[in-house]
Design a protein around this ligand. Structure first.
Ligand code: NDP
Length: 261
């Protein structure tokens, strides 16, 4: 099935490892050119070069912290200079938190607000105009099942991801007349290197797999983690014209973990 993504320009924040990198590879396999964003410059450059070589596309690396206004400006300027803008924006950079509401200070709340919400706001403001010039585009937000089904140990993550979901809906309404589709994807458990690293820290070299299976069992549903590629397939479909009637929605890819309809 030709997804019509050849020669599109896709910018993926956090596109240098884990889910973002899998989405980047999925889009590159369809012929899209890429802008990969992460703070670690070496990793961004290495992955951009590797993906470009593997799939025969153009892949640009931008090292920037999207939790800051300056970092977002650098991303917008880089994409504009490199490609004259983008057709696809995937706001994926993010990370879990660990705190109680009683103990977390304002600075921590502010950091996650900037990373999960303001990055999406700033990049939309800077890059949606280029989509309008190109005649349309796609914006996807990678939130989390925690946006609607909170985990007790990460109230800041739950809250900022819920805000991201509402931002996505609101942006969708604002640009629906410009042929720009905006949606949120809420993943469940996705086996990224970070999960493995944390599991090894908790349970050691011999126990990390059992630890992760315990996490999956507790989630229920399919009782397993998704591979990053399983999630990336959904993102790639949502980027394509095959999803042409989908905007302003939130889609769960969680193996049945969500306990409500
Ligand atoms: P990883 O930790 O594996 O990767 C995170 C990516 O984001 C890296 O490329 C990292 O690069 C980049 N990044 C992090 N902070 C910043 C920043 N301030 N500025 C620019 N880039 C940044 O995460 P995952 O692949 O697991 O998760 C990706 C997204 O999916 C996140 O938003 C997460 O909340 C969400 N998610 C993940 C789930 C999972 O089970 N894995 C489940 C549900 C949602 P660098 O460190 O170089 O900056």
């Amino acid at each position: 099935m030709d997804l019509g993504l050849r020669d599109k320009v896709a910018l993926i924040t956090g596109g240098t490892v884990g889910i973002g990198l899998a989405i980047a590879e999925g889009l590159a396999a369809e012929g899209s050119n890429l802008v990969l964003v992460g703070r670690n410059k070496q990793r961004a450059q290495d992955e951009a070069a590797r993906v470009a070589d593997k799939f025969g596309v153009i892949a640009m690396a931008i090292a920037a912290d999207v939790a800051t206004a300056e970092g977002c400006d650098a991303v917008i300027k880089g994409a504009t200079k490199g490609f004259g803008g983008v057709d696809i924006l995937i706001n994926n950079a993010g990370t879990g938190s660990n705190e109680t509401i009683a103990e977390a200070d304002d600075a921590k709340w502010q950091y996650y607000w900037d990373l999960h919400v303001m990055a999406a706001v700033r990049l939309a403001r800077g890059l949606v105009p280029s989509m309008k010039k190109r005649g349309g585009g796609v914006v996807l937000h990678n939130a989390s099942i925690c946006a609607v089904q909170p985990l007790w140990y990460e109230p800041i993550y739950n809250t900022t991801k819920a805000a991201l979901m509402m931002f996505s809906k609101t942006l969708a309404n604002e640009v629906v007349g410009d042929n720009i589709r905006v949606n949120t994807v809420n993943p469940g458990l996705v086996l990224t290197p970070d999960w493995i690293k944390t599991a090894k820290q908790i349970a050691g070299e011999d126990g990390w797999e059992a630890h992760l299976q315990g996490v999956a069992n507790e989630a229920g549903g399919m009782k397993r983690f998704a591979t990053p590629e399983e999630l990336a397939n959904f993102f790639v479909f949502m980027c394509s014209d095959k999803a042409s009637y989908s905007t302003g929605s939130t889609y769960f890819v969680d193996g049945g973990w969500l306990k409500t309809v």
